[in-house]
Write a protein that binds this ligand. Structure first.
Ligand code: PLP
Ligand code: TYF
Length: 394
């Protein structure tokens, strides 16, 4: 049987990390995988996470199973973080999942179970796993225009025009904030336009929010999602604690559904649990237990928010620094979009050859579509990166 398999296609981002590790050059710089790094180039465990971990080590008395939905206190805390104060709050139900990845797959399976003819509309470009996950669940995928290569911002007219054709059999997948891979986010007036279209034409919004707190702030980053949750009848949400709690390897996320009423949301939750049972059965506990410990303690919540503010502030400083270094070299504002982008990523608009040259000539690793992880940069290396970008774009 196994001899029937041809070799797998590699994940373009994860394989970049392997190539980076094997590169012996001292000046090499990893701007590939989306992992936050501090000014020393490390991805430390957050202090609030360490404290919660220590508390858990003392207080947890068993490693017995938690249950299909994971911790309900965690599910509540994650729902509060995103939906509190919205109309959809009382019509929502949440399930703890292995990362946002687990949530994406469970919600994709749910859509297929409910309506196999569903088409999922994905931004062009989008997170590398959106299309494979939706297709693995049996759904049809179409793309809506998103990024204007000229302005390096959202092509709002083209996006809204495409989405105006989506109807009741369609689901529109949106990035809640900090768009991966472009860094270009939807403006409030375009969230409003999408909201109007969803209500007029009956498509279901599906918001993937993996970077809450990395853009403009914890509350601000949820504004688009909350606008929708206030008015649409049904909505799907995949959320992650990988980045904003730095819990990457702990696989901590949640799938949240909003239904017409609490009963329909509860029914959908039951179906997600049934689907989870046939997939991984129960989510891992440790990351969610840490998040629950933090979010149910005022002191730890404050510490976590302060640390998150510091991470966001550092990314913004790096964006400003890189834009300024490039403006100094070009004498114009062509790289100003870097400071307007949100979150970890910026798509620079380089050709594949230029990205390859960054790697071969300078040891700078960016994703092939010219996405850089700004958080992978350190202050002392801004000039090196700026010089390299000027050299390859000459
Ligand atoms: N969705 C988006 C947009 C992402 O960028 C990521 C990246 O990690 C994920 C989902 C998956 O997150 P997780 O590590 O929580 O599975
Ligand atoms: O886009 C990124 O870099 C992160 C991490 O298959 C990631 O979202 C990368 C590749 C992948 C899963 C997650």
């Amino acid at each position: 049987m196994l001899d029937l398999l041809s070799p797998a296609l590699q994940d373009p981002i994860l394989s970049l990390s392997v190539a980076f590790r094997e590169d012996n050059r001292a000046e090499k710089m990893d701007l590939g995988i989306g992992v936050y790094k501090d000014s020393q180039g490390n991805t430390p465990i957050m202090k609030a996470v360490k404290a919660a971990q220590q508390q858990l080590a003392e207080s947890q008395t068993t490693k017995s199973y938690v249950g299909l939905a994971g911790s309900e206190a965690y599910n509540q805390a994650m729902t509060d973080l995103l939906l509190k104060g919205t109309d959809g709050y009382s019509r929502s139900a949440a399930v703890q999942t292995p990362g946002a990845s687990g949530a994406l797959r469970m919600l994709a399976d749910l859509m297929y179970l409910a309506k196999p003819i569903t088409t999922v509309w994905i931004s062009n470009p989008s997170y590398v796993n959106h299309k494979p996950v939706m297709e693995a669940a049996g759904l049809t995928v179409k793309f809506y225009p998103y990024f204007n290569a000229e302005t390096k911002q959202v092509d709002a007219d083209a996006m809204i025009d495409a989405l105006s054709k989506a109807g009741p059999d369609d689901v529109v997948l949106l990035h809640g904030c900090c768009h991966n891979p472009t860094g270009a986010d939807i403006r409030p007036e375009h969230w409003q336009a999408i909201n109007d279209l969803a209500q007029k034409n009956g498509f279901t919004p599906f918001v993937d929010i993996a970077y809450q707190g990395f853009g403009d702030g914890l509350e601000e980053d949820a504004n688009g999602l909350r606008l929708l949750a206030d008015s649409v009848e049904e909505m799907l949400i995949a959320t992650s604690c990988s980045k904003n709690f730095g819990l990457y390897r702990e696989r901590t996320g949640a799938a949240i559904v909003i239904g017409k009423n609490a009963q329909e949301a509860g029914n959908a939750k039951g179906r997600i649990l049934q689907l989870a049972r046939a997939t991984y059965t129960m989510p891992p506990d440790h990351g969610a237990a840490i998040v629950e410990t933090i979010l149910t303690s005022d002191e730890l919540t404050k510490q976590w928010k302060d640390e998150l503010d510091t991470m966001r502030g550092r990314i913004i400083t790096l964006r400003d620094g890189l834009s300024a270094a490039l403006a100094k070299r070009t004498g114009d504002d062509r790289f100003d979009f870097i400071k307007e982008h949100k979150g970890m990523f910026s798509m620079l608009g380089l050709s594949q050859d230029q990205v390859a040259q960054l790697r071969s000539d300078f040891g700078i690793y960016a994703v092939g579509d010219s996405r850089i992880n700004v958080a992978g940069l350190t202050e002392s290396r801004i000039d090196y990166l700026a010089d390299a970008l000027i050299a390859v774009t000459k």
